[in-house]
Design a protein around this ligand. Structure first.
Ligand code: GDP
Length: 360
């Protein structure tokens, strides 16, 4: 998972680190004041401070002198630093930019990362030995900020809505993994003690109703269906009615895959949403499709206001550009990652875990 991205980012950072060597060294002098509380402790503390500086491994190139006058002491250090100019930064960032582009990271996200790193790295003396860790830390912070979109805990939301079933509608293009993700989420909710009902709202694609029924059978969950070609809004309406009369906690509505450019199908989707008034509208996108996935999420978001994203097939995605970009571009959180074909291959999205995958 995301291995190509990890390797490319790592490679780019070590190239940046090599290139930084071209930036001339600068020497800055740091004078540190030490105020002694007790005269008799002075010698001992001075020694401690000196020792501390001598063993300090990072950045401090030289302890020049230790002066001590009465109650006050001064320590002078010479530190070798690099000062990266704006122009040099642009040149250095090219490697990382290329690595991110190769991995389908959206352009606006690359711009954001670039600006974040610029703020941290340009025109600030950085200790020579700390450059790599400074870049890594800034990159980690910048990517982490991309995920700072309020997430939704579905189980808690369902539990909060006591009187009526909690309704979730799934949208996306054909083959993105909607039906599979519905069954995985149904399994997850069931494991949390919630009752679930599925609505076979994809009345368009041959075999989709049977596919959902198969999952229903496997998971022992009721599926509400009509015939192929029937109005999916009517199936959703019946499904919610059945859930209400049986005190079911959650209704998951499958919908036919569609492209935003298909006006008839988009109108049909709007009708399903109008009729079912879902609590959540989730976009299901295929992680491997990178920028296309992000673009589709934007387009679906324009048609029906989305609340969150499920990214499928991340188990076979080596690049991770969609995962990095989609939350920032759409402003909606990734709630789950699909990580395989089994019901259990479904993980709540966790930014820390994602950063660890990238070795950040
Ligand atoms: P739909 O047309 O959007 O309903 O898509 P489906 O749920 O039918 O999924 C299309 C294909 O993707 C099926 O073969 C699924 O088994 C597969 N699939 C869905 N999610 C995942 C996933 O997280 N990982 C992998 N490897 N395959 C998946």
């Amino acid at each position: 998972m995301f291995k190509f991205l990890k390797d490319k980012v790592k490679g780019a950072i070590s190239k940046i680190n090599e290139k930084v060597e071209d930036v001339p060294d600068e020497e800055i002098e740091v004078v540190e004041e030490i105020v002694e509380k007790k005269e008799e402790k002075k010698e001992e503390n001075k020694e401690e401070k000196k020792e501390e500086l001598e063993t300090k491994p990072v950045g401090v190139e030289e302890v020049e002198e230790v002066k001590s006058k009465g109650l006050f002491g001064k320590i002078k250090q010479k530190i070798i630093t690099k000062n990266i100019s704006n122009e040099k930064f642009d040149e250095l960032f090219e490697d990382l930019e290329f690595a991110l582009l190769e991995n389908n990271v959206a352009l606006e996200v690359i711009d954001k990362i670039k600006n974040d790193l610029k703020v941290e790295l340009v025109d600030k003396p950085i200790k020579r030995k700390e450059i790599e860790s400074k870049i890594l830390e800034s990159l980690k912070q910048s990517i982490n900020n991309l995920f700072e979109v309020d997430s939704i805990n579905i189980v808690e939301e369902v539990k909060k809505k006591k009187d009526e079933p909690y309704v979730i509608c799934f949208v996306g293009v054909n083959g993105s993994g909607k039906t599979t993700s519905i069954s995985k989420l149904a399994n997850h909710l069931k494991s949390k003690g919630l009752s679930v009902l599925l609505v076979a709202g994809d009345t368009w694609r041959a075999a989709s109703i049977q596919q959902l029924e198969e999952h229903g059978k496997n998971l022992d969950i009721r599926v509400i269906k009509h015939n192929y070609g029937s109005d999916p809004a009517a199936v959703a309406f019946d499904g919610i009615k059945a859930a209400k009369s049986n005190n079911v906690d959650v209704v998951l509505i499958d919908t036919a895959g569609r492209q935003h450019s298909n006006k008839d199908l988009m109108r049909e989707l709007e009708k399903i949403i109008r009729v079912s008034t879902p609590d959540l509208k989730l976009f299901v996108g295929e992680s491997t499709t990178g920028n296309d996935c992000v673009l589709q999420a934007q387009q679906f978001g324009d048609a029906v206001e989305l609340d969150g994203v499920i990214l499928t097939k991340s188990d076979v995605d080596e690049k991770g550009g969609a995962a990095i970009s989609i939350g920032y571009v759409t402003g909606k959180p990734i709630l789950f990652l699909g990580t395989g074909q089994e019901y259990e291959d479904f993980e709540e999205f966790n930014a820390d875990k994602f950063l660890k995958f990238l070795d950040l």
